[in-house]
Design a protein around this ligand. Structure first.
Ligand SMILES: C[S@@+](CC[C@H](N)C(=O)[O-])C[C@H]1O[C@@H](n2cnc3c(N)ncnc32)[C@H](O)[C@@H]1O
Length: 300
């Protein structure tokens, strides 16, 4: 492992010369290289975050000295990242749909592939000023509810989430991102909704990994809440519960738009088809990878 920063720059005889931006980035990239594919990029992001400046400024001012307190904070972040903690938990935010979402260890880190669910939903709700009611199940930090509220400002949007801590983050994000009217409810899928309320659209990115899935060994994944990733022994448990519960909460002609693993497509198509759903179809990301399924509930 590379020498620690305080050891290098604060010797027993007192502080030595202050390290420059350049020197700190070199140390961090060296420390992160064995663990990560893009050590330079991550080092730069963490230093910009520590100093509260842009990455461009680090490029412009590589020789600038850095304050001791910032060095200590930066080192702590780099060491945590080297131990596998997601970058988004260290910086406290993650971009999704070009919006800046606050995240913490109680929330899943929003994934770029979930943007395909937003695109699929916007294709089903093409008019910007469309009115109607939409439900986001398992909202996490509010990703889908908030993005869709911004894209379709006339919708009445509800969101449920079983983790109260995640819901606190979602509410903060909704305020910060200008969508304070979203109705957030804590509890199990449909359970916290008022009796009788029905929706025109239900969207969800539920947990869909089976216990022990190799994806759980991915970068930073072990730090994320297990309940946001793992559904049970088959991975289909949450998807099945949502598909089973949605007909009671959709108007006839309403749509379900749901993310799942590409390998689960066949199971989803046959489950939806055999339970009376219509227009069952896959949606894909811009690279053509199947990311989820849409289906229309024709009514009882
Ligand atoms: C894959 S994460 C999706 C988070 C966010 N919607 C996104 O796309 O970034 C799944 C979310 O569902 C929540 N969840 C899991 N089981 C739930 C349940 N029974 N009822 C409500 N929410 C649940 C988890 O806490 C987690 O926030």
């Amino acid at each position: 492992m590379a020498e620690s920063l305080p050891n290098r720059y604060f010797s027993k005889s007192g502080p030595g010369p202050r390290p420059s931006v350049e020197a700190l980035l070199a140390w961090a990239a060296h420390h992160l290289a064995p663990h990560l594919p893009n050590p330079e990029r991550e080092a730069r992001l963490l230093l910009a975050e520590t100093l509260g400046c842009s990455k461009a400024r680090l490029f412009r001012e590589p020789r600038e000295d850095v304050e001791p307190a910032s060095i200590v904070r930066f080192e702590a972040l780099v060491l945590r990242r080297g131990r596998g903690e997601p970058l988004a938990y260290l910086t406290g935010h993650r971009e999704f749909w070009s919006l800046d979402f606050r995240v913490n260890r109680h929330t899943l880190v929003p994934r770029p592939e979930t943007e395909a669910l937003v695109s699929a939903t916007l294709r089903i709700i093409p008019e910007q000023d469309q009115a109607g009611r939409l439900l986001d199940l398992g909202t996490g930090c509010g990703t889908l509810a908030i993005t869709l509220a911004r894209e379709r400002p006339r919708l009445e949007i509800w969101a449920t989430e079983q983790s109260p801590e995640a819901l606190t983050v979602a509410r903060e994000n909704a305020r910060a991102l200008g969508t304070p009217s979203i109705e957030f409810r804590a509890g199990d899928w449909f359970e916290p909704l008022p009796q009788g309320i029905v929706f025109d659209w239900i969207v969800s990115n539920p947990p869909y990994l089976p216990d022990g899935d190799p994806a759980l060994m991915g970068d930073g994944v072990s730090f994320e809440p297990r309940a946001s990733l793992v559904s049970g022994p088959t991975g289909l448990e949450a998807l099945c519960r949502i598909i089973e519960g949605a007909p009671r909460r959709l108007r006839p002609g309403g749509w379900l738009i749901i993310e799942h693993a590409p390998s689960q497509s066949g199971a989803l198509v046959s489950l939806l088809g055999s339970s009376g759903w219509q227009a069952v179809d896959g949606y894909r990301d811009p690279a053509g990878e199947r990311q989820g399924t849409i289906a229309c509930w024709p009514g009882p």
